[in-house]
Design a protein around this ligand. Sequence first.
Ligand code: SDX
Length: 428
Amino acid sequence: MSDNNATLTVGGATKDYAVMDGSVGPQVIDVRKLYANTGMFTYDPGFTSTASCESGLTYIDGDEGVLLHRGYPIGQLAEESSFMEVCYLLLNGELPSKTELDDFITTITRHTMVHEQLTTFYRGFRRDAHPMAIMCGVVGALSAFYHDSTDINDPLQRKIASHRLIAKMPTIAAMAYKYSVGQPFVYPRNDLSYTANFLRMTFSVPAEEYIPDPVIVDAMDKIFILHADHEQNASTSTVRLAGSSGANPFACIAAGIACLWGPAHGGANEAALNMLREIGTVDKIPEYIARAKNKDDPFRLMGFGHRVYKNYDPRATVMQKTAKDVLEKLGVNDPVFDVAKELEQIALNDPYFIEKKLYPNVDFYSGVILSAIGFPTEMFTVLFALARTVGWVAQWNEMISDPAQKIGRPRQLYTGPTQRDYVSVDKR
Ligand code: SDX
C-alpha cells in the first residue's frame, strides 16, 4: 500500500481512496468502494486505464518496450532459455534446476497423447474448416474426456489439467492441420522434444518420415517463447473472466482461443502476412500506408500498433532477427520479408505512425517465419494459441489462488429507454 491516497470530491462528498504500489510500474487507485461511497461507477470502455487484478507473472513497460516474465527479460529468455523452461518459470515462479526441468519435461511428454475418441470430433468438421474453429471445438470438448481434472478447488486436479493443456495443444493443433490437408493423424513420440514432436506430428506422413531440422526446431521454440504470456491481454482476460465463474479449465482455455482468433488480437499474424502478400512489392507500399492513415478507410496495417507498447514490441525485435536467420539458413528468398522490412522503415518515418506511436508488434514478422517453415496462414493463430496456453493456464491458476478474486461482473452506463408501459399491437 502506498502512503498516499487519491482524494475524490463528487456529489458534494470528498472521499480518499488508497493508492497501491506494485513492485514496478504504475500505481493503482483502489476504487472497490467507489460505488458504495458515491453511487457511481468508473467508465473505461476497453479498460485502457483499468487494472483488473494483481499479478506477478508478466510485466510490460509499453513506453520503454520492456517485457519481463517473472522478472526475466524476453530477449534473454528467447536467446538463452527453452519453451519448456519458460513454461516451468511461468507456472512456478522460478527457473528450474536441471532435475526440476527434466522432471517437468517428462511429465509434459507423458501427457501429449489425446483420448483416441477425440479423433472423431475432427471428422465432424468440413475439411476446409478454419483450424481455429476446430481448436475452439476440440479444446472445449476436452472437459468431456478429462473430467477427473476439472475440480478447480483441488490443487492437484488444477495441476494435472494445466499439464494436460500445455502437453496436448501441440497434438490437437497438429491434428487440426492434418485434417485440413487430408493426411492421417501422427501420434506424438516420447523420444522427441516438445517442439520437435509438434513439428513431426505436423509434417510427417506415413510414406516419409519428417526429421525436424534443428534450425527450424530452434526457431519454432523461440516463437513459442515469444508468445507464451503477455499480461492482461484480451484473451487472457477472457480466460480469467470465464474462470472467475468457476468454469472448468478446458472451457476457460477454449474461451481464450475464441477471443484470440480476432484480427485485432492473435488473428493479426494471419492478417499481417495476407496483407504483406496483397501489397506484394515495395512500390505498392505508399498506397497501403495512405489507406492506413485514411480515417474513412477501415484498413489498418496489420501487425502494427499495440494497446500497451508505444515503443517497439521487444518480441518483434527478436522475431525479425529470427526471420532473417531462418530464411538465410533455409536458403529461402521470400520477397514478402523485403516488403515487411521496407514497410516498417517507411511507416516508422511517417509522422502519422510516429505521432500515434505505432510500431511493429509480435504479429508483424511471425508469419514470414511460419510460412518459410511450411505452415499455411490459417495455422498461424493456432500456433499463437498453442504457445499462449501456458500463459492462459498460469494466469488462470494465479486468479484462482488470489484471495481478492471474485466473479467478474462489470457494470455499465445505461443510455437506453427509461421505464415505459407495454402497448398492445393493435394500439401501436
Ligand atoms: C496482439 O494486448 C496484447 O498484449 C495483445 C498481444 C498479446 O501478446 O496478447 O500483444 C497480441 O494482439 C498484438 C496486436 C495485434 N493486432 C494488430 O496488429 C491489428 C492492427 N493493430 C490495431 O488494430 C491496433 O493497433 C490495436 C488493436 C492492436 C490496438 O488498438 P488500440 O490500443 O485500441 O488503439 P486504437 O485503435 O485506439 O488506435 C489509436 C490510433 C487510432 O487513430 P485515432 O482514432 O486516434 O485517430 O492509432 C490508429 C487508430 O486508427 N491505429 C492504426 C493502427 N493501429 C492503431 N492506424 C493504422 N494501422 C494500425 N495498425
